[in-house]
Write a protein of this length. Sequence first.
Length: 137
Amino acid sequence: MTRVRLATIADAQRIAELMGELGYHAPAPVIESNLAVIATSPVDRVLVALVDDVIAGVVSLHVMDLFHIAGRIGRITSLVVDTNHRGAGVGRQLVVLPMPTSWQADAYGQKLQVARIALMLTLSTKRRAMRRTNSAS
């Protein structure tokens, strides 16, 4: 069974390992520092998915006010699922679950009132996805 919770400083090493699966060199001390900052942020969250009490995935989220219309948008700034757990719905839990729980009435009791969630893709992420798509055909 998969369960999703807010990330803690104690999760930094495992999150760093997951980021490494995407090719990002993110040392645990950097992750620890970022988690400490995010813990006090009213517009950022980092969630982890646990499978059998082991972190199998992580997502970082940022909320911002929209300029052109009333409302807010939530952006997924990173998302990774452990290679051994891909295809098992862990990523879906990380993306779908935040909307009603962490975004609208999160663990801090703040109402972020996000209208939609968008996934930020870097150029390198897009290229990797294209290579995977092309090699599968």
